[in-house]
Design a protein around this ligand. Structure first.
Ligand code: SIN
Length: 521
């Protein structure tokens, strides 16, 4: 088996992984970043439209903190919220504006433009029109490519974390403290598994929206990191808090294309199919109520009228030049035959963000020695039971930077193993060719079970059914995994079923209906 060594191994390259890499790069340590996609840019970050929270003109960290806590429904980690509110603006200015020269949209030559989103008491969201994530991601990749001590490896799928004693040939290793020492990673093209060794591993694999039938996330967001960390014994918390975005474009071919909340921030209103606004019946903040409430209101309106969508009407209410402010949304909808300057947009809710994940401290360290985690796959506790809009890019940036800052300042290259003491990847004997029909059907089963039974509105009965069905499927997938050729699709299925189970079990264990975990009974 091929062995590859670095000082820091980073899995995933959205804003969190990329900012961890950039911070580490400056120290001269040898950094390897692997991504499963053949394009580095492919990540949830790339698709983020709305923006990144900073502090607006009449704003301060205390106000931001209050908004995060109110949306999070009282179970946020106060220490983490204070770090984000206190350090966020400075990190945005230093890294994104001064170092990466991100061209945030301006309202005048000497003033940045701040957008409004639900749950925010101030306009405080920096954006680049409606393509914020794309520009940020591209600038990070450009900057990382300048460092000779950083190696970017694409088209490689992480299979499992390497841990001692679990993967050690030395039986006395069981007396040592468990430690992550890298990962087994599959080279997608050759279907060979390699061992990436590092005394420090950072999981930055993003979220898991794609275990649901309808999602705003790219298809690769199936939660690889949660599954690997769980199998390695790291603590995972709050997985029941899956946030649904109220407004994804309802179109057969548009695959969960997001209609950013900033569209409502610029005046758009939700309407039933017969043209009635309805959010005033649910919350005094109307269309800018917290997103879990907007999502449930839409769900209810759809159920009451037996409809598959509601409308989002920007054309009648816009206070801005639509094409200039939302060029990406305008262009994409037009490609599907809808002119948003003239017509209302059909929308449905979609799985969007996981507020829980690998439990980490204020420096991104997980409960497993040698393993840090940043961005959506981690749980700092910032979001509590529900995430305030546009805080995720900032959390990724702040914790990505902090995680590497800590590693660099405490760097200890000593590891309790020699690579020769670690098991090579074990390929099971059979190695059957994979049948895509089986994989597609298993995914359809997982996604529709999650959508219908562990989705926007949950009941104990639905969740119990989900648990039973997923447990049964898990056995079949495990057998399939042992018999099939190593292929990224098979690895993805193994990760995906595990994540679906983690969410369902967490939801069943928590009888308190709160935030994004909404129980009807
Ligand atoms: C959006 O633009 O509506 C998404 C922003 C977010 O989820 O933070």
């Amino acid at each position: 088996m091929e062995n590859i060594k670095s000082d820091i191994l980073i899995i995933g390259c959205g804003i969190a992984g990329a900012s961890a890499a950039l911070e580490a790069a400056r120290s001269g340590l040898k950094v390897i970043i692997v991504t499963k996609s053949s394009k580095f840019e492919e990540s949830n970050t790339y698709y983020a439209q709305g923006g990144i929270v900073s502090l607006g003109h009449d704003d301060n960290p205390e106000l931001l903190k209050e908004d995060i806590l109110e949306t999070g429904d009282g179970i946020n980690n106060l220490e983490a919220v204070e770090i984000l509110a206190r350090e966020g603006k400075e990190i945005v200015e230093k890294i994104l504006i001064q170092e990466l020269k991100i061209p945030f949209t301006r309202s005048s030559p000497d003033s940045l433009d701040y957008a409004q989103e639900a749950g925010h008491s101030r306009r405080r969201i920096l954006h680049i029109k409606d393509m914020t994530g794309r520009t940020i991601e591209e600038k990070f990749i450009e900057a990382l490519q300048e460092y000779s001590n950083v190696t970017l490896i694409e088209d490689h799928t992480a299979v499992d974390l390497l841990t001692v004693p679990h993967h050690s040939k030395d039986y006395t290793a069981y007396y040592k403290k468990p430690q992550c020492i890298g990962a087994y990673v599959l080279e997608n093209q050759s279907q060979k598994v390699k061992a990436f060794f590092a005394p420090y591993t950072i999981l930055a694999t993003g979220g898991c929206g794609a275990v649901y039938l309808y999602t705003s996330n790219p298809s690769g967001a199936i939660g690889d990191g949660y599954a690997m960390a769980y199998r390695a014994g790291a603590r995972i918390v709050n997985m029941e808090y899956i946030q649904f975005h109220p407004t994804s474009f309802f179109h057969r071919d548009a695959e969960g294309f997001l209609i950013s909340e900033t569209v409502r921030g610029e005046g758009a209103r939700l309407k039933t199919r017969d043209g009635q606004t309805f959010m005033e019946n649910y919350n005094q903040k109307k269309d800018l109520a917290p997103r879990d409430e907007v999502t449930r209101a839409i769900y209810e309106e759809m159920t009451n009228s037996n409809s598959s969508y509601v409308y989002l009407d920007l054309a009648s209410y816009a206070r801005i030049d639509i094409k200039k402010r939302f060029p990406n949304i305008y262009r994409t909808c037009l490609e599907y035959g809808l002119d948003i300057t003239k017509e209302a947009i059909p929308v449905v809710p979609a799985a969007h963000y996981c507020c829980g994940g690998i439990l980490v401290d204020s420096w991104g360290r997980s409960s497993l020695k040698g393993l840090s985690s940043v961005g959506e796959v981690s749980c700092t506790g910032v979001h509590g039971a529900n995430r305030l809009a546009s805080t995720s890019l900032l959390e990724g940036l702040v914790w990505g930077t902090r995680a590497s800052r800590y590693i660099v300042s405490h760097f200890d290259p000593a590891t309790p193993y020699k690579t020769a003491e670690i098991h090579d990847w074990y390929y099971p004997g059979i190695q059957e060719e994979i049948d895509p029909a089986l994989i597609n059907q298993d995914w359809l089963f997982i996604k529709s079970t999650m959508w219908n039974y562990a989705g926007i509105i949950r009941t104990k009965k639905r969740l119990e059914r989900a648990r039973a069905d997923l447990d049964y499927l898990r056995h079949r997938i495990e057998r399939f995994y042992r018999e099939a050729k190593m292929d990224p699709k098979v690895v993805g299925l193994k990760h995906g079923i595990q994540v679906a189970q983690l969410i369902t079990h967490a939801a069943l264990s928590n009888p308190v209906s709160q935030g994004a975990h909404y129980l009807k009974d």
